[in-house]
Design a protein around this ligand. Structure first.
Ligand code: SF4
Length: 73
C-alpha cells in the first residue's frame, strides 16, 4: 500500500518557484525574505519547503516582485 507523503508537522508546506526567464534580478525578494530567496544574477529559492513562520514574508516577496516571476504551490 502506498501512503501519502506527510511532512513532520502534518501540514502542507508552501513551495515557491522563480521563473528564471522572467526574473530581472532586482533583489526585491531577497530584501523582503532573505530566508527563502537569494539573488545573484537571478533569484533562487533556498528552501524547498517554506516553514509556516516564513510563509507570510515569502508571499509578500511574491506579491512585491515587479515582473511576477515568483509563484507558489
Ligand atoms: S523580486 Fe522578482 S525580479 Fe526581483 S529578483 Fe526577485 S524574483 Fe527576480
Amino acid at each position: 500500500m502506498v501512503s501519502d507523503i506527510v511532512n513532520v508537522t502534518g501540514e502542507n508546506q508552501m513551495k515557491f518557484t522563480v521563473d528564471q526567464e522572467t526574473c530581472i534580478g532586482c533583489g526585491a525578494c531577497e530584501e523582503t525574505c532573505p530566508e527563502v530567496f537569494v539573488v545573484d544574477d537571478t533569484s533562487t529559492v533556498k528552501l524547498d519547503d517554506v516553514p509556516a513562520d516564513l510563509e507570510a514574508s515569502a508571499l509578500e516577496a511574491e506579491e512585491g516582485c515587479p515582473v511576477d516571476a515568483i509563484s507558489h504551490t
